[in-house]
Write a protein that binds this ligand. Structure first.
Ligand code: PDD
Length: 290
């Protein structure tokens, strides 16, 4: 496949960065993951980036929060994404969907923690094949485990410094679970790479979108979808006991879309089956792709 790196489109195997890149040395950068769906419009295949304006707005916010000058405006980012999609569609004709990965670091400079006086951000864009979760996962639900959230206090930045998340993802994998649900001070925060939702008595709850979680692009979307489906949504702190006594637990992310978590720490969640709020939000999500 082909990647964009600092102004050039290159085969993946030829794309190189300096060992002094601050992304490599310090994890000093931010990223985005944008799903792209192939849909048929009047019999013609078109590739549609999902909620792209929200993803680009979040990228701009992440860059501003770590004080990297945004290397492109929205038009520039859209052009890069369109090109990545076109190349991917040419090279993988049978591939229906893809995920756009964007990474921006503070660039290359002699190794010193303080920001360099002059550096040019390193920009990388690539498209990867993407298959949404299987019907089996949606029908049976998936397993999650809980662990203490040991990350820093700026989880609202979509930072490439993901060590805490990586360790939590591995923690889940070693317990045959798909996700680790993190708790901080006895309250739900989020998964290692997803937002977590709780359903009780037909109402949908999520932790407030503050510095303790990444506000997923699906966060506002589910607010909208819940309203359309007549489901009351409330953002408020969720104590561990409410997580454990939930009727439904849901996870959401660019690549997982929405999945029902039917086992938590080896115990069934509610009835142990995907519930009606999952079904309503999943249906809304599929409609939103069109
Ligand atoms: N992860 N919280 C964390 C910590 C995440 O890493 C993600 C996404 C989310 C959900 O955000 P969104 O709905 O915008 O995908 C929440 C991406 C997919 C990743 O790291 O690959």
């Amino acid at each position: 496949s082909t990647v964009y790196l600092n102004g050039e489109w290159l085969p993946l195997s030829e794309a190189r960065i300096s060992v002094l890149d601050r992304g490599f040395i310090f994890g000093d950068g931010v990223y985005e993951v944008i799903p792209v769906y192939r849909i048929s419009e009047r019999g013609v295949n078109v590739w549609r980036p999902f909620r792209i304006e929200h993803h680009l707005a979040r990228l701009a916010r992440s860059l501003a929060k770590i004080r990297i000058n945004d290397p492109f405006n929205e038009v520039g980012w859209r052009a890069l994404i369109e090109k990545a999609i076109t190349l991917h569609a040419q090279q993988h004709a049978d591939d229906a969907n893809c995920l756009i990965y964007i990474q921006v670091t503070r660039g290359v400079a002699a190794r010193a923690q303080v920001f360099p006086a002059h550096s040019t951000p390193t920009v990388m864009v690539m498209a990867n094949s993407f298959t949404p979760p299987s019907a089996l996962k949606r029908e049976q639900g998936v397993a999650a485990v809980t662990a203490l959230d040991e990350r820093w206090l700026h989880c609202d930045i979509k930072s490439i410094s993901l060590l805490g998340n990586v360790l939590m993802a591995q923690y889940a994998a070693e317990r045959d679970a798909l996700e680790t649900i993190q708790l901080r001070n006895g309250e739900l925060t989020e998964g290692s790479s997803s937002n977590i939702w709780v359903v009780k008595a037909g109402r949908l709850y999520a932790p407030p979108a503050n510095h303790l979680i990444l506000e997923g692009i699906r966060y506002r979307l589910f607010e909208e979808l819940a309203a359309e489906a007549g489901i009351t949504f409330e953002a408020r702190p969720i104590p561990e006991a409410e997580l454990r006594s939930a009727d439904e637990i849901l996870m959401s992310s660019a690549s997982k879309e929405i999945l029902p978590i039917t086992r938590l720490d080896d115990r069934p969640v509610g009835a142990g089956r995907p519930g009606p709020v999952f079904a309503a939000l999943y249906a809304g999500y599929q409609r939103a792709k069109e």
